[in-house]
Design a protein around this ligand. Structure first.
Ligand SMILES: Cc1ncc(COP(=O)(O)O)c(C=O)c1O
Length: 483
């Protein structure tokens, strides 16, 4: 015994000795009431100083693993974990889980999706390229904020969010043209939590929701987990098909609508300003809350800025805007926001408090200071230039190699490709995977089981050379499959 102890550099020795002894006790190698070697003997056995062993034994006593008999030494506590006798209860957890847990697992594509083996060229991600992150400015923001109010940041914060960040976002949204009168902001853990809080707050009359078809898979997943039926409206080149939307509005009852007007996921389409006006005019005739997902607005590479729907709504209060910095800045800082009528935010704040108390104040404060220091503009300039280059390269490669029927994507971090109806991108994916290239088959973004002929190509984290190679493989393989 004690021969397998190995010291690791950089961690206090007494903690390593303590952890090692705990491990021996928990796995049963040391029994209850068994006497431990003296501190001197143990020091020799483990080749550490006697003082380290003394400190380790004291720590073990504090944690209830060891007791001391005065004048005789240290003994393993009979109540220490691992030494307690009796037959352990082995539970069948499946029998204790509900339908919600089962459905969450079933819809969890991260568990079932195709895994990228080492060396695979993967177009599946639409996360930002971490190589672009300006770490020095993030570190500076952290140090700046800690210097100002580190103690406060590490304590509990407010459910509504970190006040300086809320004030910053207030102005940020005002500069996007939003009439902020009567509106308020709730900080959330990204878009996804904001969406869930809103869905859990809405009155359920019909149990049905309107979305674009296709749409963001996480939104589909959460709508299903909340028990909503989804009515997907087809898209045109400039956004949602208004005629189809009007028909659905006239024929059915809906508890809310969820739209992604800018750099829609998966199609990459930016809804035209004219269509935004018409959409808001149409929706004004119905008593249906409109959830706007503004996650990608800043990643425009050409053309002029397009106002969010909530700005188009003017003084109206029917739009619930969900913002996120996950694509524009750093998804690891789980910070997003809900901007909506202040009465609604008042209730959402209580749901947020009940569910998670608040979003990490540290994350919020780092983001705030980073924004306050003026880094967003600089970073966006760099990120836009790089993503635009990759966007154009991917587009060019698709035009050269892929015999597609339609290709969309006005910016953002991905393109969406549709082949002729009848073509199956799952088969294409299998064939490409065998050659070391993967992408996302489009089917999972569809609300009606369609989209088998489509695929999404995320290019943000793919090197130029791999974009060239990967798209050529996809194009040639698709051509072969078409016969
Ligand atoms: C349509 C859409 N909305 C929002 C998000 C961002 O979600 P979150 O802020 O939870 O990271 C994504 C990320 O891929 C997305 O595709």
């Amino acid at each position: 015994m004690f021969k397998d102890f190995k010291l690791i550099a950089g961690r206090p020795v007494y903690i390593q000795v303590k952890d090692y002894m705990k491990h021996l006790i928990i796995k049963g190698a040391l029994q209850g009431d068994q006497k431990l070697p003296s501190t001197r003997e143990m020091g020799v056995l483990l080749q550490v100083s006697r003082n380290s062993v003394i400190a380790a034994y004291e720590g073990l006593e504090d944690d209830g693993f060891v007791y001391v008999v005065k004048g005789r030494g240290n003994y393993v506590a009979p109540s220490a974990p691992g030494t307690v006798k009796g037959s352990p209860r082995i539970m069948d957890w499946k029998a204790h889980l509900n339908g919600h847990a089962m459905l969450a697992e079933e819809l969890d594509i991260m568990k079932y999706g195709i895994r990228a083996e080492k060396g695979t060229i993967s177009f599946t991600s639409i996360a930002p390229d971490e190589g672009l992150f300006d770490l020095d400015n993030v570190k500076r923001a952290f140090m700046d904020r800690m210097a100002v109010e580190g103690n406060v940041l590490l304590n509990y914060g407010y459910a509504k969010g970190y006040k300086p960040l809320i004030d910053y976002l207030h102005q940020y949204m005002e500069h996007k043209g939003v009439d902020m009168k009567g509106k308020d902001i709730l900080i959330t853990n990204g878009f996804t939590e904001g969406f869930n809080i809103v869905l859990s707050a809405l009155n359920r009359k019909s149990g049905h929701v309107l979305t674009e078809n296709p749409t963001h898979h996480t939104a589909i997943k959460n709508l299903k987990l909340h028990g909503f039926g989804i009515k997907g409206i087809p898209m045109e080149r400039d956004g949602i098909h208004l005629g189809e939307l009007e028909k659905a509005l006239d024929e059915g009852e809906y508890d809310c609508a969820y739209f992604v007007p800018s750099y829609h996921n998966p199609t990459g389409i930016v809804m035209s300003p004219e269509k935004r006006q018409s959409l808001m005019k149409l929706m004004a005739g119905y008593d249906i809350p409109l959830i706007e997902d503004g996650f990608n607005e800043e990643l425009r590479y050409s053309g002029s800025h397009v106002s969010p729907l909530i700005a188009t709504a003017g003084a109206g209060n029917s739009v619930i805007y969900l913002g996120s910095f996950s694509k524009v800045l750093f998804p690891g800082l789980r910070v997003g926001w809900v901007l909506a009528d202040q009465e609604l935010i008042y209730y959402l704040e209580s749901i947020k408090r009940a569910q998670t108390i608040h979003t990490s104040t540290l994350d919020q404060s780092i983001l705030y200071q980073y924004l306050y220091n003026g880094n967003l503009e600089k970073y966006l300039k760099k990120a836009r230039a790089e993503y635009k280059r990759k966007y154009e390269l991917t587009l060019e490669c698709c035009k050269q190699h892929v015999h597609y029927q339609a290709l969309t994507g006005d910016g953002g971090l991905h393109l969406f490709v549709a082949f002729a109806e009848g073509f199956n991108t799952r088969e294409l994916l299998e064939a490409c995977r065998a050659q070391g290239v993967i992408f996302t088959a489009g089917e999972m973004f569809y609300t009606d089981g369609g989209g088998q002929h489509t695929m999404r190509l995320g290019f943000s984290r793919v090197a130029d050379e791999d974009i060239r190679k990967g798209i050529e493989v996809i194009g040639k393989t698709a051509h072969k499959l078409m016969g």
